[in-house]
Design a protein around this ligand. Structure first.
Ligand code: NDP
Ligand code: MG
Length: 380
């Protein structure tokens, strides 16, 4: 029986994590459920899973939760992300959005608690901080992001020094087949129709701009100790191969499966066991063909921006991530066009005074300052 706290329980990954817990009630006990604003769903989840405590990190929503009549323990909103991590846990599944995943991840590592990490922003902004914390800890960091789970599974048993390249696959997002001129007119509602995956809004837009792949390249470089330039993106529209690892002897290991986040979530929680997931097997005779293309960095400049920022490193990654968070939000609110997302991000990246050595305070300050500056410019 593993004692688990789930951060981001009301989101896409959070709900699928609870599906896994529901499927294996004898393997997991939920200690804490944390979300941001969705108090009604959090109460429903709490009534089903009976955690020791719940919390919302949004002040107004937390007040609604407190006055809702819910009889269980509620953690204060402003310290919930830290307080929800306790030394008795076996694992914390970090599935909140944004850089908020960094604080509970570092706390879990300081308590030698394992981390199942869905939140890629944690490593994008704080990869060095997480790696250095892991050095003095017995925590394991298990990837949940499907590509990283695939890479992890493809490395299993092999020596990392024998890796030549990592090939990270991308579906190509909602606009994969549009011409550059057409991309200027697309709207958020079009971007939210992802061809293969059903995810939160922010990551769905990041998939459409290919920023998601750029963030994942940086995430992979920290998870698997490879240079950013050795993680090569490739468009694979079928999303059957979730990523591949090329070795020095020419062998290529891939992990395949029907696109579903249940498998990587469950594998991170049950590793090294492979239990039944209910996910359908790939019918190769029906699939027949797998396609691969070079990503187009001209139509989707966010990929190139993230690759370059990843190579440079330092606090610049936080600046890029903060600018992208705001740009995506402005696009979702119809305040800017799709092709203005890379423009806005590049503008911030180009004028940023980079700092190679940084701490948690620098990351949080940089993130806040860049967001405030851009929002005030757009009057939001
Ligand atoms: P969603 O938008 O669906 O859900 C986000 C969750 O995080 C919600 O529960 C939300 O609460 C909560 N949340 C938001 N801000 C905070 C905060 N400050 N503190 C605590 N909780 C917060 O996102 P996804 O589930 O799609 O994605 C979550 C993370 O996982 C992202 O980092 C994403 O990149 C990554 N990921 C997602 C994949 C997917 O398939 N969805 C695949 C791979 C990675 P509320 O609803 O109450 O506001
Ligand atoms: Mg992914």
């Amino acid at each position: 029986m593993k004692l688990l706290t789930l951060i981001g329980s009301t989101g896409s990954i959070g709900r699928q994590t609870l599906q896994v817990v529901r499927h294996y009630p004898d393997k997991f006990k939920v200690k804490g459920l944390i979300a941001h604003s969705d108090w009604e769903n959090l109460i429903k989840q709490a009534n089903e899973f009976r955690p020791e405590f719940i919390a919302l990190t949004n002040k107004e929503a937390s007040e609604k939760l407190v006055s809702s009549g819910y009889s269980g323990k509620i953690l204060p909103y402003d310290t919930a992300l830290e307080d929800c991590v306790t030394p008795d846990l076996d694992v914390v599944l970090v599935a909140c959005s944004g850089i908020n995943g960094l604080i509970p991840t570092l706390k879990a590592i300081s308590y030698n608690v394992d981390v199942a990490l869905a939140n890629k922003e944690t490593l994008v902004v704080g990869g060095e901080l997480v790696k250095s914390a892991l050095k003095g800890s017995s925590s394991n960091l298990y990837p949940v992001d499907s590509e990283h789970s695939a890479i992890w599974q493809s490395i299993n048993g092999n020596d990392r020094k024998d890796i030549k390249r990592i090939i990270i696959t991308a579906s190509g997002g909602a606009f994969r087949d549009l011409k550059k001129e057409e991309l200027y007119a697309v709207k958020a509602k079009d971007a939210l129709k992802h061809p293969n995956w059903n995810m939160g809004k922010k990551i769905t837009i990041d998939c459409a701009t290919l920023m998601n792949k750029g963030l994942e390249i940086i995430e992979a470089s920290f998870l698997f100790d490879v240079e950013v330039g050795k993680v090569v993106p490739i468009i694979h529209p079928e999303s059957i191969i979730h990523s591949m690892v090329e070795y020095n002897d020419g062998a290529v290991m891939a992990q395949m499966g029907t696109p579903s986040m249940v498998l990587p979530i469950q594998y991170a929680l049950t590793y090294p066991e492979r239990l039944e997931t209910g996910v359908s097997q790939v019918d190769f005779l029906k699939v027949r063909k797998l396609n691969f293309y070079e990503p187009d960095r001209d139509r989707f400049p966010c990929l190139r921006i993230a690759e370059e920022v990843g190579r440079v490193g330092g606090l610049l990654r936080t600046a890029m991530n903060a600018a992208n968070d705001v740009a995506v939000d402005l696009f979702l609110k119809d305040k800017i066009g799709f092709m203005e997302i890379p423009e806005l991000v590049l503008g911030e990246v180009n004028k940023f005074q980079n700092k190679k050595d940084f701490n948690l305070f620098d990351v949080l300050t940089c993130d806040r300052e860049i967001k405030e500056k851009i929002y005030s410019k757009y009057g939001v």
